[in-house]
Design a binder for this molecule. Structure first.
Ligand code: TXA
Ligand code: MG
Length: 317
């Protein structure tokens, strides 16, 4: 477990412009000082991420919103009160001094208060905002363990804080509150209806052709290196006639003698929790292809369906 001494050391690294990988409840983040242009530049370089993909600023709580956003709409406070700390990112109109490199030159900034105790301790000790994109190379699967961070980024990170496997396992829900109508830019395990219930107004989903530089608006985001394909739910026929080494992730219990079938939970939260770790593990084997059984249609699975279509390059975005 992480000691106060390690938190102090990590905060000192961040203050000096270094990078620290920290656990959050969603995925591990690559943290740097959000006010330090050199630290932000280093994050983009380490991740090999294009400058047009803005970063989320992680904060200690709703009291910090006004340091980054020039307007705090009532619904932002309602959502922060309901879901922070937790896997929800709010897009708000930014204050002028927020670095353009953080926002991708947009007029908005993304804010989130993480729930993991180590992330919270680090933010408290650091005393400012931390940009923290998922600690993976661009387009790759987000890491959900400290080992996965090391496998992705190795020695390019000054320190990796180990907080165990992530509890949620998928990246936060992102909701844009900078326009009149709230809009989900990235589905996450906090579903659209849940948000709608709190704010009492309708919430729309991002159009694929949207101008907003939302995450995963990219063919092959969150993708394994091994060729990955979706197969229809409960379709035993998809496993017939396979001759090359194949692994299949199945929640319904598909099986076939010539395919290595990995049983996934049939519950959305538990499935989300282990999806990336499983994809990563299977990607490291010598399979020719990864098959993933399509997940149930109901909204509890929305975020998972989104990531699966991106992992298999079927999103068409
Ligand atoms: O769960 C999470 O959100 C994790 C953990 C570490 O907190 N972080 C994460 O960061 O997923 P990242 O950088 O991998 O994804 C954040 C996405 C970016 O792809 C970016 O497109 C979007 O948030 N984003 C950030 N600022 C934005 C803005 N101002 N407008 C629209 N999208 C924005
Ligand atoms: Mg990411």
């Amino acid at each position: 477990m992480t000691l106060p001494r390690e938190i102090a050391q990590a905060a000192a690294i961040l203050q000096a412009g270094g990078l620290v990988a920290m656990p959050t409840e969603t995925v591990y983040g690559l943290a740097g000082d959000a006010r330090n242009p050199a630290a932000v530049a280093k994050i983009f370089a380490v991740k090999q991420r294009p400058a047009t993909h803005p970063l989320i600023v992680h904060v200690t709580g709703p009291e910090m919103i006004k340091e980054w956003a020039r307007e705090t709409p009532e619904i932002a406070l309602k959502l922060a009160k309901a879901f922070w700390p937790g896997p929800l990112t709010l897009i708000l109109k930014k204050r002028p001094e927020v670095l353009d490199s953080v926002t991708g030159n947009q007029d908005t900034v993304a804010l989130r208060m993480p729930r993991h105790p180590i992330a919270q301790a680090l933010l408290q000790r650091f005393g400012g905002g931390l940009v923290a994109p998922s600690a993976n190379r661009f387009t790759r699967i987000s890491p959900t363990t400290a080992q996965a961070v090391y496998d992705e980024l190795g020695d390019q990170v000054d320190m990796i804080l180990d907080g165990g496997p992530c509890e949620v396992g998928l990246e936060s829900t992102i909701i844009d509150l900078s326009q009149i109508v709230p809009r989900i830019l990235r589905p996450g395990m906090i579903a659209a209806e849940t948000l709608r219930d709190i704010i009492g107004v309708d919430v729309i989903s991002a159009e694929p052709q949207s101008e907003v530089r939302a995450p995963g608006m990219h063919h092959l985001h969150y993708a394994p290196v091994t060729r990955t394909q979706l197969i229809p739910a409960r379709d035993q026929g998809s496993l017939e006639k396979i001759t090359q080494p194949t692994v299949c992730l199945t929640w319904s219990g598909l099986s076939h003698p010539s395919v290595h079938c990995v049983r996934m939970p049939d519950n959305a939260s538990r499935y989300a929790q282990m999806l990336y770790a499983n994809l990563r593990a299977q990607d490291q084997q010598q399979y020719q292809q990864i098959l993933i059984e399509a997940v149930p249609e109901d909204t509890a699975w929305d975020a998972i369906r989104d990531r699966l279509s991106k992992a298999s390059g079927q999103s068409g975005k």
